[in-house]
Ligand binder design. Structure first.
Ligand SMILES: NC(=O)c1ccc[n+]([C@@H]2O[C@H](COP(=O)([O-])OP(=O)(O)OC[C@H]3O[C@@H](n4cnc5c(N)ncnc54)[C@H](OP(=O)(O)O)[C@@H]3O)[C@@H](O)[C@H]2O)c1
Length: 501
């Protein structure tokens, strides 16, 4: 791996402490950082190099996946860290930063490869990119890369504007857009796993009746009210994570696909998505907001009573959608996506239901969180956690392996210049294009805002969206009969019998 300098904007922030430093430390322990590595942390507050290093050490003690046992290893790791005071708007700070970066490159005798990681609010992206360019930080004789976190824009036009500005300093091959769902090992393999599962003799000829993609959260808006009240579930989850899951599921990746192939296949999915217009959005989209309710035995307030939320806010905390991909394989298969906050239980999963006569349905279940695994199950509607007849089919589980954090995988990929599992501009733009009529309909209030009690599975209209097509959301506890709770143990035992893929 080539030597590099990691220039971290937002080095004193929460994301850096909880995710970036632990990921870098794990890469260091696994010997996956460049042998000559320099990190320069940036923030407005004044800190000496030593106190910055002590803060990083503290965050590793709290958040690292590996226990920090060896003081020497820690010392060696922290030796790479320097701190520099920088106000994002102050041009002269970038000139001083350039001097520090060069000084360290000379000390370490390394090529000026520079990775600029923006762990700051998206409102700063354009200014930082412009100042990097003006100061000459990007003009050394090595590679340069820009890493940014979603959100990439607020709607289609702001996303395009942001991209145009970023392109003045970095070209598309140099921009690494993190969507941390793409860093999850299961998500990286779902296309492969689906197709290898489908190729099993018995399943090959069957038609897929429907696909459901669910990302339910128990948490409410927490500390992020200011951001979330202007984003909602549609911008925070749907436009990026959920559509990325859809793309990764429905592309069939040949082994060792190149970044270009992956990009092209994902683009094709987005292009084949049947577009909505703002007047027919009502038939395909359910908008919801949580009211007061009970979560895991505790009373919680409704969204508009949360601190920091505008009184009478119409913001969405839940979205359910029916989508259709117009290509030969998927054209007859409705795809349902839902995501929301303050729901009954935390789960990210994909359920593929196969066509079958009678009450028993064959399902392929891909669990992405909290655990990662894939397995077949035969279930009766409404009894899915109990009267389960499991044909001994196949299961692939990531549970036995140590599952790496998405940031570890993505930061490593960015350091080696592999953009496969980053969001490419075309697919970001196509996602915004698809979502824009829904945003317009929300803005013009063409769509009802259904209030659902916290601790449920969202508004009942989300169930009706499937019912009219003859389906229901699988694995909602309300579909499980009362006696089933007692059968959980045998259900687990039966699942354990499944054969590895
Ligand atoms: N936290 C997460 O888990 C998470 C997850 C996914 C995405 N994100 C995204 O990642 C970004 C950072 O989130 P965060 O939670 O780390 O935020 P945060 O805790 O509020 O930290 C913000 C950082 O930005 C720096 N900063 C703010 N204004 C600045 C300015 N004018 N000049 C220089 N530095 C400035 C702050 O440093 P000083 O205060 O020292 O200036 C601090 O280091 C956000 O866009 C967020 O949406 C966060």
């Amino acid at each position: 791996m080539e030597p590099a300098t990691f220039v971290l904007f937002g080095a004193t922030g929460d994301l850096a402490k909880r995710k970036i430093y632990p990921a870098l430390f794990q890469l260091f322990v696994d010997q996956k950082l460049p042998p000559s590595f320099s990190l320069i942390g940036l923030g407005r507050r004044g800190l000496s190099h030593e106190s910055f290093q002590a803060n990083v050490e503290q965050s590793l003690i709290t958040f690292s996946r590996s226990e920090v046992k060896d003081a020497d290893v820690m010392k060696k790791f922290l030796r790479a860290f320097r701190y520099h005071v920088l106000d994002i708007d102050r041009k002269e700070d970038y000139t001083k930063l350039l001097r520090l970066v060069e000084e360290r490159e000379n000390e370490l005798n390394i090529t000026p490869n520079r990775m600029f990681y923006l762990s700051v609010g998206p409102e700063f992206f354009e200014t930082i990119a412009a100042n990097i360019h003006e100061s000459g930080l990007d003009s050394a004789n090595g590679w340069k890369r820009l890493v940014i976190e979603k959100p990439f824009g607020h709607d289609l036009s702001s996303a395009r504007q942001l991209n145009t500005k970023l392109n003045q300093a970095f070209n598309e091959t140099e921009i690494y857009r993190i969507d941390h769902y793409l860093g999850k090992p299961m998500v990286q393999q779902i296309g492969h796993l689906l197709h290898s599962a489908l190729s099993e003799q018995e399943y090959r000829t069957r038609k897929i009746a429907s696909v459901q993609i669910t990302a339910n959260e128990v948490l409410g808006v927490e500390e992020r009210a200011g951001y979330y009240d202007h984003a909602g579930a549609i911008r925070d989850m749907f436009q990026n994570h959920m559509l990325q899951l859809l793309m990764m599921l429905t592309i069939e990746l040949p082994n060792r696909s190149s970044v270009e192939e992956v990009g092209k296949l994902k683009r094709n999915v987005m292009k084949a998505l049947k577009p909505l217009n703002k007047t027919d959005v009502t038939h395909h989209i359910i908008r919801g907001q949580y009211g007061a309710g009970e979560i895991q035995g505790e009373q919680v307030v409704g969204y508009t009573d949360e601190p920091g939320i505008e009184l009478g806010s119409h913001n969405d905390t839940f979205i359910a959608a029916r989508l259709q991909i117009n290509d030969p394989f998927w054209k007859d298969t409705p795809i349902y996506i839902r995501t929301g906050k303050r729901l009954k239980e935390k789960a990210t999963r994909i359920v593929i239901e196969f066509n079958s006569e009678g009450p028993l349905k064959d399902l392929l279940i891909i669990e992405i969180g909290p655990n990662e695994r894939i397995f077949f199950q035969r279930s009766q509607s409404g009894m899915e956690n109990s009267d389960v007849e499991i044909p001994i089919r196949s299961q692939h589980s990531f549970m036995k392996e140590v599952v790496k954090d998405a940031y570890e995988i993505l930061i490593h990929d960015a350091l080696i210049g592999d953009k496969t599992y980053f969001a490419h501009w075309d697919e970001v733009e196509l996602s915004w294009e698809w979502v824009q009529p829904i945003l317009d309909a929300y803005r013009e209030n063409l769509l009802p805002l259904h209030i659902y009690p916290a601790g449920t599975y969202g508004p009942s209209e989300s169930d009706k969206l499937l019912e009219i097509d003859g389906f229901h959301w699988w694995f909602d506890a309300k579909n499980v009969s009362i006696n089933d709770a007692t059968k959980g143990e045998s259900f687990e035992a039966q699942k354990a019998e499944l054969i590895e893929l």
